[in-house]
Design a protein around this ligand. Structure first.
Ligand SMILES: Nc1ncnc2c1ncn2[C@@H]1O[C@H](COP(=O)(O)OP(=O)(O)OP(=O)(O)O)[C@@H](O)[C@H]1O
Length: 234
């Protein structure tokens, strides 16, 4: 596994949120994590990324133990986290936002590769990121992460608040990243979109992984259909 989480426990102060979470993402694979509000999906990404310190368990990337390493070192260890709310630096240009991602790894970054994935950003390179549409800002946030040439990328609800066409565009890019050999860990509320692209899925409930399988297997389960797909057969 390129990204391997084993027996992870984490929380906030005395509040335990993650309980014995194990999952793995191969190179060239998309794993999607779904679950109700408060199930612990964001906390999982934070614990993997070192924003909160796991109380037990381990995180490995390409075989190297990175458990609890400082967040600012994660990019150079090969892990990129695209957090919720597509955080861009609004007064900086698109190009400077992208450059920040490259500096995290001490390199120049492959801007051309990012623009190839997100052609819409090219004519906007000198525009302040804060003036972009929501979808374009999400592209900048993902592109910034890619500038660090990661082995694994984690995304927290990239589709939130975006029009279906833009969601489809982002999902297509995630598919291309997978095809380029990245390990992609995708947290999504938009289960339809993430099941459409993912190779495997896990369902989290109250801080635990309760189901795991391919999207095709999981949509056969009535409890998955009812909870995440509005009860409709896929
Ligand atoms: N900074 C924090 N301090 C204390 N408790 C927190 C903090 N952040 C999250 N929690 C709690 O941890 C639990 C899991 O939250 P988390 O954000 O990981 O869930 P989630 O699955 O990502 O949900 P959502 O889809 O709503 O973002 C919740 O009960 C939440 O109240």
């Amino acid at each position: 596994m390129m990204l391997e989480v084993s027996g992870l426990h984490a929380g906030y102060g005395k509040l335990g949120v993650l309980h014995d979470v194990s999952l793995g993402v191969d190179a060239g694979e998309i794993l999607t994590v779904v679950g109700a509000n408060g199930a612990g999906k964001t906390t999982l990404l934070r614990a993997v990324n070192g924003l909160i310190r796991p109380t037990a368990g381990s995180v490995k990337i390409d075989g190297t133990d990175i458990t609890g390493k400082p967040t600012e070192r994660m990019a150079s260890l090969g892990l990129t986290h695209v957090p919720e709310n597509r955080l861009c630096f609004p007064t900086l240009t698109v190009r400077d936002n992208l450059m920040l991602g490259a500096w995290a790894r001490g390199g120049k970054g492959d801007e051309a590769a990012v623009l190839e994935l997100f052609p819409r950003l090219e004519p906007r390179l000198n525009q302040a990121a804060g003036t972009l549409s929501g979808g374009e800002q999400q592209m900048v946030a993902i592109g910034r992460g890619l500038m660090a040439a990661p082995k694994a990328i984690m995304l927290d609800e990239p589709s939130i608040g975006l029009a279906p066409k833009v969601v489809a565009e982002i999902m297509r890019v995630l598919g291309r990243l997978r095809d380029q050999g990245l390990a992609v860990l995708l947290v999504e509320q938009n289960v339809r979109a993430s099941f459409g692209i993912a190779d495997r899925a896990v369902v989290m409930q109250r801080g635990r992984v309760v189901l795991e399988g391919t999207p095709a297997e999981l949509v056969e389960l009535p409890e998955v259909r009812n909870a995440y797909l509005g009860g409709a057969a896929a």
